[in-house]
Design a protein around this ligand. Structure first.
Ligand SMILES: NC(=O)c1ccc[n+]([C@@H]2O[C@H](COP(=O)([O-])OP(=O)(O)OC[C@H]3O[C@@H](n4cnc5c(N)ncnc54)[C@H](OP(=O)(O)O)[C@@H]3O)[C@@H](O)[C@H]2O)c1
Length: 268
């Protein structure tokens, strides 16, 4: 039996995408298959996705000309997984594997294949991710729409050229970690000033969520919104002066530059 979509690799990313796709009714559960070599993980997936098919390996009969493959394995396993995808003659592949270029994916196939490379981030696990996609040498706008509809089930999607995927990796791929570091430090700051950790956590996480919502809903720039809470000679001005004095802005520029460079190195 063939499937509309075959997810190769049913780990964190693969199962989050399966969950988002089924919640968004992207396809019937019966049209989805997940390939996962680990039997323990297969049991978990079979419980979670009872109406879909969970298999140990990809076989010829699982794929026809209308099937798409979603590659969700770790970079170390990508070559082996791609050999199995090429062997069954898949014609459309969306890969979320970090550092794996469309050219390298294409080189596994003897015929032209539509390859789309994506860089999602961990908030896809709660369907609030942001992903960027880039097409390979043989993609059509239909293929890009197909990829966008898949990642759109777990968040928002932007299209970029492939040379910018490393920038996306260093910015929004690593981005959650930057925000978590700031959140951690602010929670500690509240505790240092006498709040319980739980109260401090609620205040900081609520402020973070509310600030993001305000940015999105008002359409105002971060500079405008920051100016609105910075009264002359007030408390926010006193706090911001310390952050500027410690060059937080320059540190963020350098952090993203370092992450982008590391992504380039890993992709070589
Ligand atoms: N998590 C993120 O935030 C994030 C963000 C952007 C991109 N990505 C990319 O997403 C990919 C998957 O990440 P993840 O966090 O989901 O990893 P993960 O939890 O380790 O999941 C990968 C799964 O693929 C299975 N697998 C290994 N070889 C396979 C094969 N030949 N065929 C089918 N399945 C195979 C693994 O099984 P075993 O455990 O038995 O090896 C594992 O269950 C990575 O390449 C990563 O770069 C992840």
């Amino acid at each position: 039996m063939s499937f509309a979509l075959v997810i190769v690799g049913g780990g964190r990313m693969g199962s989050a995408l399966a969950e988002g796709l089924l919640a968004a009714q992207w396809c019937e559960p019966s049209a989805l298959a997940i390939i996962e070599p680990s039997s323990g993980q297969r049991d978990i997936l079979a419980t979670q996705f009872g109406d879909s098919t969970v298999l140990a390996s990809l076989e010829l009969e699982h794929v026809d000309e209308s099937s798409g493959v979603l590659l969700c394995v770790k970079p170390d396993h990508a070559d082996a997984a791609l050999r199995s995808v090429a062997a069954v003659g898949a014609s459309r592949v969306l890969s979320v594997v970090a550092g794996l270029s469309t050219a390298r994916i294409e080189s596994n196939f003897v015929v032209p294949v539509a390859v789309i490379r994506a860089m999602p981030n961990t908030p896809v696990l709660v369907r609030k991710g942001v992903s960027a996609i880039a097409g390979g040498a043989h993609v059509t706008s239909d293929d890009l729409n197909w990829a966008e509809s898949i990642l759109g089930a777990v968040g928002s999607v932007l299209r970029v050229s492939e040379r910018n995927i490393d920038v996306v990796t260093g910015l929004s791929g690593s981005g959650p970690a930057y925000f978590y570091l700031v959140i951690e430090a602010l929670i500690d700051a509240g505790v240092h000033q006498g709040l319980t950790r739980e109260v401090s956590r609620q205040l900081v996480v609520g402020t973070f969520e509310g600030s993001a919502a305000l940015l999105n809903e008002t359409g105002e720039t971060p500079e405008e919104l920051r100016a609105q809470v910075t009264s002359p000679g007030g408390t926010t001005a006193a706090g911001l002066r310390v952050l500027e004095g410690r060059a937080v802005r320059a540190a963020l520029l350098d952090a993203v530059a370092a992450a982008v460079e590391r992504s380039r190195q890993l992709g070589r």
